[in-house]
Design a protein around this ligand. Structure first.
Ligand code: HEM
Length: 463
């Protein structure tokens, strides 16, 4: 199929979605460390995009990249108990998130997962739609008031999804300053690639690195904010059926004890960060792609118009936006907000014909899987029809992993998909966003996949 025609916005702006250009051959150890610190995704060699398995030995330890969907299934599902969260990820995230749901393993993980699950049941999530739509409408109105201005889309989407997470999970506990939280998350995440690089060479956790003090200040600020929320709720008479309410009520099935303030803070911070940044990035990359492919944007608008009859979006409309959802899924294929899933082997294990020694690092490079030449036709092309029901049925279930899989699959998956579709369906009919600069965004992996210097776009009101 040919690339859809598109009028150029600026002479130097490429009409194809941007991608990371991988090193043609594996890097030397010093080159690899430099790449990991700069942008870990630039350290993955070309072979990761072409072969089902690639292994390398580093500091006496095996690193195994797996992209074959069947092997991925074996790692994440069948042999899930043989793997734990990767030391590199834990070093990067535990200073902020402690032993919350994302970073805990074993029994500690299991009871926290059980405690948080009721709020993610289907009917419960549907009940959050009015808040999701209202937050999107506030963003739409703010944008309409700035017709012709340039906005930073990643920041705008973070604000919108932050509003939603606070409204739905913390019963609208306003007063958490979004700007300061967003800045602190960015400052904290900025330091994470040092932790990942140090983990690769087995350096101790206390090893200094540039920006460590700033990252620690950011972490202290974030933890103080959530501890304040915990203290307020403990002091409040009234019980509320939100996430904090559920966690306050939960008791460990083995010991019967309730969560400590520290455990509550670990989980609140986990849900606040994991629950808004990823969805905001999925939407940010979607806006970038819809600008490159205006005919696809038109098709999404036509679907929204057909479903809403041209009126306001109502909660019952969102489940009927099938093509809108396909667009989001395809955007998350090209730009998965969580572009790598990392595990360490807890024991020696053989998956398919791949032998994995105990302690080996097993990397599922989601970004590379989503552009793998053995899985996708013309992998760099944006084509939401790849997610039409028949096309999905014809593909291996584990070829597409934006939310992970197996017992550690994202607990917020349905929440995120509904939320993102609702936000698009409110914004797209009212507004068109056009790239504000000729320079395309860059791709930066800092646990999540961000546009390196944000995504400036110009607002144009449509009616
Ligand atoms: C587009 C949006 C999102 C993406 C791409 C995403 C992606 C992921 C991925 C890949 C994992 C698995 C990590 C692993 O296996 O190592 C995960 C786990 C998790 N996600 Fe999400 N997520 C999104 C939205 C959300 C939302 C909205 C929430 C909460 C409201 C959330 C909360 C969590 C939590 C708590 C975990 C840890 C679950 C566990 O280990 O049991 N995520 N997410």
């Amino acid at each position: 199929m040919t690339q859809p025609a598109r009028p150029p916005i600026a002479p130097s702006r490429p009409a194809h979605p941007i991608r990371v250009v991988p090193p043609p051959r594996p890097l030397s150890v010093p080159g690899l460390l430099r790449a990991v610190i700069r942008n870990p995704i630039e350290a993955w060699p070309q072979v990761v995009y072409e072969e089902p398995v690639y292994r390398r030995r580093l500091a006496g330890r095996d690193t195994v990249f797996i992209t074959d969907p069947e092997l991925v299934r074996l790692v994440l599902v069948d042999h899930a108990d043989s793997f734990g969260k990767a030391d590199a990820m834990l070093r990067a995230l535990q200073p902020a998130l402690g032993d919350g749901l994302l970073t805990a393993d074993g029994e500690r993980w299991r009871w926290q997962r059980r405690a948080g699950s009721p709020i993610f049941r289907h009917e419960r999530i549907l009940g959050f739609l009015p808040e999701m739509i209202a937050a999107a409408e506030r963003t739409r109105d703010a944008w309409l008031a700035r017709d012709g201005a340039t906005i930073e889309v990643a920041h705008e989407m973070m604000r919108t999804t932050f509003d939603i997470i606070v409204e739905t999970m913390l019963s609208g506990r306003r007063g958490i300053p979004v700007e300061a939280v967003e800045r602190s998350i960015t400052e904290y995440l900025d330091s994470t690639s040092w932790n990942v690089a140090y983990a690769l060479i087995g350096a101790p956790r206390w090893t200094p690195y540039p920006g460590r003090k700033r990252a620690e200040r950011a972490r202290d600020y974030l933890r103080a904010e959530v501890l304040r929320v915990v203290a307020e709720r403990r002091a409040a008479e009234e019980k509320r059926p939100d996430l904090i309410g559920l966690l306050l009520e939960a008791s460990d099935p083995e010991t019967g004890r309730a969560m400590s303030d520290r455990e509550l803070a670990d989980n609140l911070l986990t849900f606040i960060t994991a629950g808004h940044e990823t969805t905001a990035l999925a939407l940010t990359w979607t806006f970038y792609l819809l600008d490159l492919y205006p005919e696809i944007a038109d098709r999404v608008r036509a679907e929204i118009e057909a479903v809403t009859g041209g009126g306001s979006l109502a909660p019952e409309h969102v489940g009927r936006l099938a093509y809108t959802r396909q667009v989001l899924q395809e955007a998350m294929r090209l730009y998965p907000p969580a572009p790598i899933i990392a595990r360490d082997a807890l024991e020696e294990v053989t998956v398919g014909d791949v032998h994995i020694p105990a302690r080996a690092s097993v990397l599922l490079p989601v970004y590379a899987m989503h552009r793998h030449v053995r899985i996708w036709d013309e992998p760099d092309r944006f084509d939401p029809d790849r997610f039409a029901p028949e096309a999905v049925k014809a593909r291996h279930r584990y070829a597409y992993l934006p939310f992970g899989a197996g017992p550690r699959i994202c607990i917020g998956m349905s929440f995120a998909l509904l939320e993102a579709a609702a936000i698009l369906a409110v914004l797209l009919p009212a507004i068109r966003l056009r790239a504000a600069t000729a320079e395309p965004p860059s791709l930066k992996l800092r646990i999540t996949l961000r546009p390196g210097a944000g995504l400036p776009m110009r607002v144009a009101a449509r009616r």
